[in-house]
Write a protein of this length. Structure first.
Length: 606
């Protein structure tokens, strides 16, 4: 009796099933559908494997227990089965990586190599491939912007500037330098602000309600332009000082959008300086020289400040860099003490003019406003201190005018001319003195007003006389012109009358010729009418019965003419009422058909 008993077994496999028989000597694979039998020893085993049904863009991993090099991914659509009894499904059905047109991924292979896969695409992965990080999206670089890309795998150009408009897909070793001057914004708020480097400082520019400059970034939603930088904008009114790679600084003044090269740096933006013909300014070069720009020179009327050049500033009422050669006013007030020990406050208006730009630039005075005020004040103090209050009131304008010449002589070596010094107002510190001063001023003003009124009346009378004289002269000229116009009108009327008579004579002659021609035409028409009527009568006679006599034919012709005459007469009549004695009334309507006549007769009888 044997120690091991053989057993006969039967197995039914479905269409989507496989059977793996394992025995001590190996493995066997049986595909369904099938019905099989086998002698299985007690140490033999059987396992049923369900086939995988894959749809489009689905995948499954199959591993091999005997050889790891045969591990593989299988992709749908289809019914996937094992090809070797040593294989098995390692996991469930997975969905392939589907990339849109703006998507891309970085794939790291089993040997550590990284590659970039761009959409639109369906990635069918190989065994050992992995996605490095998350799915990424391309970056849209708008026009007139650029992006700073750092590449750790590029030894020659580790930093690159890429200008827009462009759709950029970063490689595995590339990163984008963020713009530190742009902050993240709320996606619901479409207003953004930007900063610009102007005159050595960052200036905030108000935002606009648009979505320009926003890009889509994975996991971050809508962002503004942190991924790129605006190009250098140079216009007709604004230039830029640009530091090049070699360290030199140049002025970029031609209008353009410039993408800076790697290593270039914007030092500052400068605005265009526009000078009038009466304006001038002074520039200090880096080596200390002074350059004068005058608006009357076409080359100097408009310019940009070169790198490291500076304006020479002048302390007037405020600090300015541009001066004018036109007469300019400055206000000044100070106190004087007269000879009779009365303190008076003066309000002055000093008018000066820079007459020589060359002389002024050769001896520039940065604080020339205080110098002019102090010099004029010293001159007036000396003169007013030697006068009493009454003398001051009577002669202050003359004293001020006399000081103008002395001040002009002093400032002429600086190219400045003191045109006028005017005392606008003065008042005493002592109240009683001020009251007496006001009363005296009022009396003086009244007298001056009376004198001025008298002078105005005289001037008005003179103007009135002049107007009357011109009015008389104008009337004489107008009368002369009227007489000349009347004479020319009479001459013109006579000329027109003569022309009209000549035209009437010519018309009468033409009318005589026309009457003669018309009479000849009437005779010809009558002749042709008679011939036509005679020809018609001849044809009528020929056309009737030849047995009739000539007299009968003429009689018939006359009756026909009478009928035609009656027809013409009756056609012009509306209604003919015939009323024979002791008879019913009958109405005949000529020019109508018989049916209408019968209907009319019936209506009459009714």
């Amino acid at each position: 009796m044997p120690c091991i008993e053989d057993v006969l077994c039967f197995y039914n496999l479905q269409q989507n099933q496989q059977a793996i028989f394992t025995n001590p000597t190996g493995k066997e694979l049986q595909d369904g559908p099938a019905t099989c039998s086998a002698y299985n020893l007690c140490w033999s085993t059987k396992s049923v494997v369900e086939m995988k049904s894959l749809k489009v863009n689905e995948q499954v991993l199959i591993k091999n227990q005997k050889d790891a090099a045969k591990h593989r991914y299988v992709f749908g659509p289809g019914l996937i089965k094992l090809d070797d009894p040593w294989e098995y499904f390692a996991g469930g059905v997975e969905i392939c990586e589907i990339l849109d047109q703006d998507d891309y991924i970085i794939v790291r292979s089993m040997d550590g190599r990284k590659s970039r896969l761009l959409g639109p695409h369906v990635w069918q992965k190989k065994y050992g491939d992995e996605v490095d990080g998350e799915r990424r999206q391309s970056i849209q670089i708008p026009v007139n912007h650029y992006m700073i890309v750092k590449d750790s795998n590029n030894a020659d150009y580790p930093v690159q500037h890429i200008s827009g408009p462009k759709k950029l897909y970063l490689t595995a070793f590339q990163t984008v330098e963020q713009n530190p001057h742009v902050q993240h914004t709320n996606p619901d708020i479409k207003t953004k602000a930007r900063k610009e480097w102007v005159n050595g400082a960052w200036r905030v520019i108000a935002g606009q309600n648009d979505m320009q400059g926003y890009v889509q970034d994975s996991g971050a939603g809508l962002l503004n332009s942190r991924n790129y930088f605006p190009c250098i904008e140079v216009t007709q009114q604004r230039a830029v000082h640009l530091q090049l790679v070699d360290g030199s600084v140049v002025l970029i003044a031609s209008p353009q959008y410039r993408m800076p090269a790697v290593g270039e740096k914007v030092l500052q933006y400068v605005d265009r300086v526009v000078l009038l013909q009466t304006d001038f300014c002074m520039l200090k070069t880096p080596d200390g020289q002074i350059i004068v720009k005058h608006g009357k020179n076409s080359d100097d009327s408009s310019f940009f400040l070169k790198p490291f050049y500076e304006f020479v500033m002048f302390h007037c009422d405020k600090e300015v860099s541009i001066l004018s050669t036109l007469p300019t006013f400055m206000a000044h007030n100070f106190q004087v003490r007269t000879k009779d020990n009365i303190v008076v406050d003066l309000d002055l208006r000093i008018c000066y003019q820079i007459t020589s730009v060359e002389t002024f630039s050769s001896n520039p005075i940065e604080n020339f406003y205080p110098n002019i005020k102090n010099h004029v004040q010293n001159k007036l103090l000396d003169r007013f201190a030697a006068s009493t209050l009454r003398e001051f009131m009577n002669t202050f304008s003359k004293i001020a005018q006399a000081s103008v010449d002395q001040c002009t002589a002093y400032f002429m070596k600086y190219g400045i001319d003191i045109v006028d010094v005017q005392i606008l107002n003065f008042y005493c510190k002592d109240i009683k003195t001020q009251q007496l001063l006001n009363s005296e001023v009022e009396v003086s003003v009244v007298k001056q007003n009376e004198l001025r009124a008298t002078q105005n009346d005289i001037a008005i009378q003179e103007k009135s006389n002049e107007v009357e004289r011109r009015k008389k002269d104008l009337e004489v000229q107008m009368f002369t012109k009227d007489q000349e116009v009347r004479l020319e009108k009479k001459q013109l009327e006579n000329t027109i009358r003569i022309k009209e008579m000549e035209i009437e004579i010519i018309e009468e002659e033409k009318r005589t010729e026309l009457l003669e021609v018309k009479r000849g035409n009437d005779l010809v028409e009558a002749e042709f009418a008679g011939k036509a009527q005679g020809h018609e009568f001849e044809e009528f006679v020929k056309g009737i019965d030849p047995k009739l006599s000539a007299q009968q034919k003429i009689s018939i012709w006359k009756k026909q003419l009478e009928l035609e005459q009656a027809s013409q007469v009756y056609s012009k009549m509306g209604v003919l009422n015939m009323l024979p004695p002791e008879e019913d009334m009958s109405i005949f309507r000529f020019g109508t058909n018989e049916h209408e006549q019968e209907q009319s007769l019936v209506k009459t009888l009714k």
